[in-house]
Design a protein around this ligand. Structure first.
Ligand SMILES: Cc1ncc(COP(=O)(O)O)c(C=O)c1O
Length: 285
């Protein structure tokens, strides 16, 4: 039997519930969720769940347009409409739908989705036998080599950049630059390009790979190593690469001018080469 679910103000049969493909929860994981238990048709610890929801939303600066009382009322309405005796209520709020851009949209309305899940918890057979666990490495989120849609951290970094009058954020960990929020970071020293080695710390940029493949066209060398922010501030040039920015000169970091504050010849040359290959339909093997 179909459940009644809640989507943005409407109670609907689950098969009629829709949200936009541009929803930032779907595109970026730019959202927060909570699950409250229901036992004997009654909400359990709902106030505490909603307090954590408010806190989580505050941490990512998602302004919740619903009061706690309104959210409790929706929970209760879902219990009633679904005749839920025991199980849970899943709540997800996202920053809403907007054309894909990391920084917060100015005109999006948060999306609120809630649904019930019936589950026998009080009589769970496992409570009599106990359960087994396995151990695994905690990889939250150390697998940046995976191009996951789990992009909340880059969203916050890009928003910080936008509010600082910048277009990109270079993320720093253990004293070295990892990468841009959505790009590979490079510095130039003399005729040498420097970018950090591939590992699970960074996304293996396709544009990075292409730039390296085209280096044969130039007399630039490549040094694959990490670099600090200080080294970047002191570099002759800095630039980023990505499928969106292609090769883009960086002229300022944290308010410090890089070299003379103008796009450097290396980035300009690499951009030209990249565009030449691209226009000829250049494709990496
Ligand atoms: C974290 C991160 N690093 C690097 C890149 C550059 O990758 P590519 O050159 O494949 O666009 C991206 C692109 O989105 C990215 O999100």
């Amino acid at each position: 039997m179909s459940r009644t679910v809640y989507v943005n103000g409407a109670y609907l049969p689950e098969e009629d519930a829709r949200i936009s493909i541009f929803d930032r929860g779907f595109i970026f994981g730019d959202g927060i969720y909570e699950v409250s238990a229901v036992i004997g048709g009654k909400l359990v610890d709902c106030e505490a769940h909603l307090a954590r929801l408010e806190r989580s939303c505050g941490e990512i600066r998602l302004a919740l347009p619903w009061s706690k009382a309104e959210l409790v009322a929706i929970h209760e309405e879902l219990i009633k409409r679904n005749n839920l005796d025991e199980g849970g209520i899943y709540l997800q709020v996202s920053r809403g739908a907007a054309d894909r851009d990391f920084a917060f949209p100015t005109d999006a309305t948060p999306t609120l989705v809630m649904f019930t899940q019936a589950r026998n918890m009080s009589g769970a057979a496992a409570a009599k036998t106990g359960i087994k666990v396995v151990s695994c490495e905690d990889i939250r989120w150390t697998r940046r080599d995976i191009k996951s849609v789990n992009l909340l951290a880059p969203v916050l970094a890009k928003q910080f950049a936008a509010e600082s009058g910048a277009q990109e954020a270079w993320m720093v960990e253990d004293g070295v630059v990892t990468e841009g929020a959505s790009s590979t970071a490079w510095i130039v020293k003399g005729k040498t390009l420097v970018s950090r080695p591939l590992s699970n710390k960074v996304l293996p940029g396709i544009t990075r790979k292409a730039v390296l493949a085209y280096l044969g066209e130039t007399d630039f060398k490549f040094e694959e190593r990490t670099f600090t922010l200080d080294e970047a501030l002191d570099a002759e040039e800095c630039f980023i690469t990505s499928a969106t920015s292609l090769v883009m000169p960086v002229v300022q970091i944290d308010g410090h001018t890089i070299h003379n504050g103008a796009p450097g010849p290396t980035a300009i040359r690499l951009r030209e080469i990249y565009l030449d290959f691209a226009k000829k339909g250049g494709a990496l093997g």
